[in-house]
Design a protein around this ligand. Structure first.
Ligand code: 3PG
Ligand code: MG
Length: 402
């Protein structure tokens, strides 16, 4: 992979794909971590006299065509404003993605200036499965720049026009963030120090069953908590009451559990749960062993025995990868499981990697300093797919030099 240091950029328009997909409350950014993570590359480029044209997506705009999506939003306006504040220089936002306003912006940038295109997902072709549609859109994007820098780590697992097709059309290189992320994540896939423990949380087993199956080849131990663990418990015959359950996944979960036994990979599940009367911050709740969970309760967190069990299974770890919250940490009454596991991981002597927007937001909300872990990845799906050993389309596109 070619690094930006090897790309001539002075006086040229550089198309920079970043991942600025930040959580929003209305138009207010609630966590600007991804914008901060994009700064080193932008500063390096502007410092070398590049004219930086930033391309990014925000959310998943709905609508059949450009006008519908642009009308529904979200606009990158608050993101461009925040980036400008952090950089200490204005960041002009185009009114469109690859139309007259974008072209005019690209042509008007002076050396060292930064401009931003509107939310690239306003263009339906960005995420199209049709190669021809994507290629046609990619050509319009590429026409505005002389080179391409890929730095949107969190979107590298998407085969989207701005991630996968544009780099094929321009001289390209990887940015600082992608380089830093890949340097750490490679250590998880190349001969990790053992025991290698993976902690998986988050809502749906259907999203992560493939991950579990793939990790059986590399991890020594898998700790499964949070929303997805209830389907695993159900697959072992436990009653989980009104907890989140994907009943149609039970058969596959059983197969994965059987394969884990064959391979000698330990799968650790909750032994007690916090059962609440409903999904709310102030719901009444009590701790139940998994063997006697009431039919009318829903689990929102792991219980104290599970917190201890998970901590003990992390104590001897030399490598840890954690993805996904282990309870409804947004409600203080149900944050204990996520907090206990984050603490146990922060005490590990070895490489500890937290992957995923939700897990990263959880540790920031629970006031862990960033240096409590070796690395906090800016990518959820992207880090997970990388750690699984999958090829990321965006990284493949940057692998060769065009
Ligand atoms: C993310 O937030 O995980 C990345 O920005 C990718 O977004 P997506 O899941 O909407 O493709
Ligand atoms: Mg995501």
């Amino acid at each position: 992979m070619r690094h930006i240091a090897d790309l001539p950029v002075s006086g040229q328009v550089v198309f920079l794909r970043s991942d600025l997909n930040v959580p929003l409350d209305g138009a207010v950014i609630t966590d600007d971590g991804r914008i901060r993570a994009s700064l080193p590359t932008i500063r390096e480029l502007t410092g070398r006299g590049a004219r930086v044209l930033v391309c990014a997506h925000l959310g998943r705009p709905k609508g059949e065509d450009y006008p519908q999506r642009a009308a529904g939003g979200p606009s990158l306006r608050p993101v461009a404003d925040r980036l400008g504040e952090l950089l200490g220089q204005p960041v002009a936002l185009a009114l469109d993605v690859a139309g007259p306003s974008a072209a005019q912006l690209a042509a008007s940038l002076a050396d060292g200036q930064v401009g931003m295109l509107e939310n690239v997902r306003f263009e339906p072709a960005e995420t199209s499965k049709d190669d021809v549609q994507r290629a046609e859109f990619a050509a319009r994007l590429a026409a505005m720049a002389s080179s391409y820098v890929g730095d949107g780590f969190g979107a590298l697992h998407r085969e989207h026009a701005s991630v996968y097709d544009v780099p094929r059309l321009l001289p390209h290189a990887v940015g600082e963030l992608v380089r830093a992320e890949v340097t750490v994540l490679r250590r998880l896939t190349h001969d990790p120090e053992r025991p290698y423990v993976v902690v998986l949380g988050g809502a749906k087993p259907s999203d992560k069953l493939g991950v579990v199956a793939n990790l059986l080849a590399t991890a020594d131990r898998l700790l499964i908590g949070g929303g997805m663990s209830y389907t695993f418990l159900a697959a072992q015959g436990f009653q989980v009451g009104r907890s989140l359950l994907e009943a149609d996944q039970i058969g596959q979960v059983r197969e994965v559990l059987a394969r884990a036994r064959e391979r000698g990979v330990e799968i650790v599940l909750p032994v007690d749960l916090v059962g609440a009367t409903g999904f709310s911050a102030d719901a009444e709740h009590e701790v139940y062993p998994v063997g006697s969970f009431p039919a009318d309760r829903e689990s929102l967190d792991m219980g104290p025995a599970t917190r201890e069990l998970f901590a003990s299974k992390l104590a001897d770890a030399k490598t840890v990868f954690w993805n996904g919250p282990l309870g409804v940490f947004e409600f203080p009454a149900f944050a204990a499981g996520t907090l206990a596991v984050a603490k146990a991981i922060s005490r590990v002597h070895g490489l500890t990697v937290v992957g995923g927007g939700d897990s990263a937001a959880a540790i920031r909300k629970l006031n862990f300093p960033d240096d409590a872990f070796s690395h906090i990845s800016t990518g959820g799906g992207a880090s997970l797919e990388y750690v699984e050993g999958k090829k990321l389309p965006g990284l493949e596109a940057l692998a060769d030099y065009a």
